[in-house]
Design a protein around this ligand. Structure first.
Ligand SMILES: Nc1ncnc2c1ncn2[C@@H]1O[C@H](COP(=O)(O)OP(=O)(O)OP(=O)(O)O)[C@@H](O)[C@H]1O
Ligand SMILES: [Mg+2]
Length: 350
């Protein structure tokens, strides 16, 4: 168990600043997920915590001790990478124990820790197999096992599941959650996948261009995104954004009143509506024509062009079936609407 603190951390490669003045605290035993678009600096930050990259400015503390000038092996950190790069000529046992052997830990201790990790990850039956004799998910478990045997204070995961197929990703996501519940270690987990972020995280940190857009629990980010960027990033399919106007304290789409918003100024705003909050309702506020209807069995997505020309996606239950060209009227409860000002900041509708 350990706390992790980043204090005014900056990173530049030459003239390009990749991480701008980052402050962040991770509590004992917390699983914090970093999400953000490609190139926003997630891996760079993780690599700085691990000691694989130097800091341009700032400090990193673990349990209150400054560690950013320490070599990676002294930081009490273990990192699991997307490309797990196991040693091809060593079997599972050899791969799991390698870092301890290298650190000259005695054999009895290595055996003990390797066996504990193998039990946790269900690898006992595979101990004498070589990596080429393992499935992708089994290899990924060995990569996680290599981190566990080191008994780190902090685990760092950099997109550990992105090489796996969809079903295995779901399975491994649950395995990682179980691992966290069992070990109760502090973990920092990087992913592109907002479903992984929502399901794994105690708190999510949303990055953009090397700075933090918002930090919060998954439901805080889903329900009260600070701005349009976070709103569009969290939730799948993504939130719909429509051009709307604030008139007399309410938000209007054309002549239809959608919700109250006493705090917005008169004029242009962006109205945000999650696809799952839209329902077929003949008295609803949104009329349009079906462009595409995607049926997934249990649920369906309707892509609608509204009468003012704006496009919208709604997630309906699988009972519905609509045809392209058909008219459709959708409604949304006013309290489910999000309103953003012209700078993209969220305005409370209370
Ligand atoms: N060694 C380097 N030299 C120069 N620029 C670098 C170096 N490493 C990373 N960068 C740049 O820093 C930025 C952040 O890269 P980083 O790998 O941290 O992004 P990321 O958020 O992990 O993206 P992804 O989701 O694609 O993995 C990118 O613009 C990248 O090109
Ligand atoms: Mg990365």
């Amino acid at each position: 168990m350990a706390t992790l603190a980043l204090k005014s951390v900056k990173k530049a490669f030459g003239d390009t600043t990749v991480i701008q003045n980052m402050d962040l605290s991770v509590e004992h035993g917390e699983l914090v997920v970093f999400v953000g678009p490609s190139g926003c600096g997630k891996s760079t930050l993780l690599r700085m915590i691990a000691g694989l990259e130097t800091l341009t400015a700032g400090e990193i503390h673990i349990d209150g001790q400054r560690i950013d000038y320490q070599p990676p092996s002294n930081r009490g950190i273990a990192m699991v990478f997307q490309s797990y790069a196991l040693y091809p000529h060593k079997d599972v046992r050899g791969n799991l124990g390698f870092s301890l052997k290298h650190a000259k830990v005695d054999k009895a201790e290595i055996d003990k820790r390797v066996n504990i990790a193998a039990d946790i990850l269900g690898l006992q039956d595979l101990m004498s197999r070589k990596p080429r004799e393992l499935s992708g998910g089994q290899r990924q478990r060995v990569a996680i096992g290599r981190a566990i045997v080191r008994e780190p204070k902090v685990f760092l995961f950099d997109e550990p599941l992105s090489n796996l197929d969809a079903a295995l990703r779901v399975h491994m996501r649950v395995e990682i959650l179980k691992l966290h519940q069992r070990l109760k270690n502090t973990m920092v987990y990087v992913t592109h996948d907002q479903v992984e972020a929502m399901t794994l995280a105690d708190r999510i940190v949303v990055f953009r261009n090397g700075s933090v857009e918002q930090v919060g629990t998954p439901l805080e980010l889903y329900r009260q995104p600070a701005n349009q960027f976070v709103a569009g990033f969290i939730g799948s399919p993504a939130m719909n954004f429509l051009k709307a106007r604030c008139v007399d304290g309410h938000i209007a789409l054309g002549s239809d009143r959608v919700c109250d918003c006493p705090q917005a100024e008169e004029g242009d705003v962006t109205l945000g509506m999650r696809p799952e909050h839209l329902k077929i309702d003949e008295n609803g506020q949104l009329q349009g024509e079906v462009q595409v209807f995607e049926h997934l069995g249990g649920e369906a997505f309707v892509h609608l062009t509204l009468d003012d020309g704006q496009n919208l996606v709604a997630k309906l239950d699988g009972e519905h079936y609509l045809r392209p060209g058909e008219r459709c009227t959708l409604g949304i409860e006013p309290e489910k609407c999000h309103v953003f000002d012209t700078a993209g900041l969220r305005i409370s509708t209370d």
